[in-house]
Design a protein around this ligand. Structure first.
Ligand code: GLU
Length: 478
């Protein structure tokens, strides 16, 4: 049986976005599932919009996602001769012809008829007439002579597709500046690369019949086509910038793990046929089948992406999460080392974050005393008349607690609260705010231990200073 060869063929006119990444992933999984090849082709023929930086970006996003392509990368910009040869072949065989009609002439013949199709005026020019025009330097485009017949193909996703003969005209395959259009380059490349299956976005559906005409005209066998449905935003409009991050790069910068993003993207318009949701690349590869690609548009659910990412963060080995943590902090000017304390901190934070970037806000207080206190917390926990007394009691308790461990701290704090007829929370809330600047943190006793005795006492004193000043300001303000 012929080896399955698929390709991802991005145009380097922007970053790799979610839709493109999904096309790449589906092709990758499709190929890997049957031990086929996954090729990459950079469609960089649009000189104005294509940029090498974008090619770099696309490649690095693919590497980050783990979508390694097989063989050499094909660049369309290096294949001009191939396209020229194909056009020569079509002209020679009479399957294409030069069209010298000017834009104005065409406009005039079209008139107000929106359904007008090119009338094949130049299809019947004699060799002599053509030569004359060429000698006179008249500009021309090349048009494919499209047979007046319906096109049918069996789409892997959408099933039987049929396009009527009257939907097509003799379309342009080479522009007047000599550059080949997309339909031609794709067909020539897919043929040369031995592509057996073209899996791409729905937006290319209308190109497929034209490409089939080209395959036939060139004497090539068309590949199998599969068009995957659009991705919509939560408002059911086509996914765009309006809906938030759209490029893989942005997700990376927002603290998504590549495995999580791959998993999430795989479920955009595909499902394994059971209720599995968390699936790594190996499992996805094993489970993937085009039969399970939905015909309906996929709806992008950012909350689900966050949830999945959180799941992957919770599964990361300590080593890995520590590396991520250290790099994140280093980038912001805090150098950390791998110590048992760091392992504890990272594991305390792990269930509390959904992106790795959140590890910064969630964990900074372990390394830096708070400079401000959450205003809501201040109103709630720092305002009572007895707050200073309570905070002093907390400091004293932390200072004198022996052995200095969680159980002892907790037992002493609860004991004191009980003796004084207060709730333990009355001691815990102001303490948390004083130590972390925030009203939420991991368990307070673990937090105290990890911040350390002396540092806790210092922070409590800072908080008392703050409370005094704050009270002073209010008094004067009144
Ligand atoms: N270069 C095209 C695009 O980026 C894809 C062409 C294809 O898959 O046939 O949309």
């Amino acid at each position: 049986m012929k080896k399955t060869v698929v390709r991802f063929a991005p145009s380097p006119t922007g970053f790799l976005h979610i839709g493109g990444a999904r096309t790449a992933l589906f092709n990758y999984l499709f190929a890997r599932h049957v031990n086929g090849e996954f090729r990459l082709r950079i469609e960089d023929t649009d000189k104005n919009r294509s940029k090498p930086e974008f090619t770099e970006q696309i490649l690095s996003s693919m590497t980050w996602l783990g979508l390694k392509a097989d063989g050499e990368i094909v660049f369309q910009s290096k294949r001009t001769t191939k396209y020229r040869n194909a056009v020569e072949k079509l002209l020679e065989s009479g399957r294409a012809y030069r069209c010298f009609c000017t834009r104005e002439e065409i406009e005039e013949r079209r008139g107000n008829d929106p359904g007008w199709k090119y009338d094949q005026k130049c299809a019947t020019l004699s060799k002599g007439e053509i030569q004359e025009k060429l000698d006179a330097g008249e500009p021309f485009v090349v048009r494919l002579k499209v047979p007046r017949e319906a096109v049918q193909f069996n789409d892997l996703v959408r099933g039987e597709m049929r396009f009527n003969a009257d939907e097509f005209e003799d379309f342009i395959i080479v522009r007047s500046d000599g550059s080949p259009i997309y339909q031609l380059t794709v067909v020539v490349d897919d043929h040369d690369m031995g592509i057996t299956h073209v899996i791409r976005g729905d937006d290319h559906l209308s190109n497929t019949p034209k490409q089939i005409f080209l395959y036939r005209a060139l004497g090539f066998t068309p590949p199998v086509f599969g068009h995957i449905p659009l991705i919509l935003g939560p408002d059911k409009k086509r996914l765009s910038k309006r809906h938030g991050a759209t490029s893989v790069e942005e997700y990376k910068n927002q603290g998504f793990l590549p495995q999580a993003l791959v998993n999430f993207i795989a479920l955009l318009g595909w499902n394994p046929g059971d209720d599995r949701e968390i699936m790594g690349m190996t499992e996805l590869t094993r489970a993937f089948s085009v039969e399970r690609i939905s015909k309906n548009a996929a709806v992008f659910d950012f909350t689900k992406a966050l949830w999945l990412n959180g799941q992957y963060i919770s599964m990361l080995p300590d080593e890995k999460l520590e590396d991520i943590f250290i790099e994140l902090y280093e980038n912001k000017g805090i150098n950390l080392e791998k110590t048992p304390r760091l392992t504890k901190i990272v594991n305390l934070l792990r269930p509390r974050v959904r992106t790795t970037v959140e590890l910064w806000d969630a964990g900074l207080f372990f390394f830096r005393a708070p400079e401000t206190y959450a205003p809501k917390g201040v109103r709630k926990h720092f305002s009572g008349e007895d707050t200073e007394k309570i905070l002093n009691a907390d400091a004293e308790l932390i200072q004198s607690c022996e052995p200095f461990n969680e159980e002892e701290l907790e037992a002493r704090l609860r004991g004191r609260a009980e003796r004084e007829g207060r709730k333990a929370a009355r001691y815990i809330h102001p303490l948390r705010l004083a130590l972390t600047g925030s009203t939420a943190s991991p368990g307070i006793f673990e937090t105290v231990l990890l911040i350390g005795r002396e540092e806790c006492v210092r922070r409590i004193q800072n908080a008392i200073e703050f409370i005094k000043k704050d009270r002073e300001t209010h008094r004067r303000g009144r």
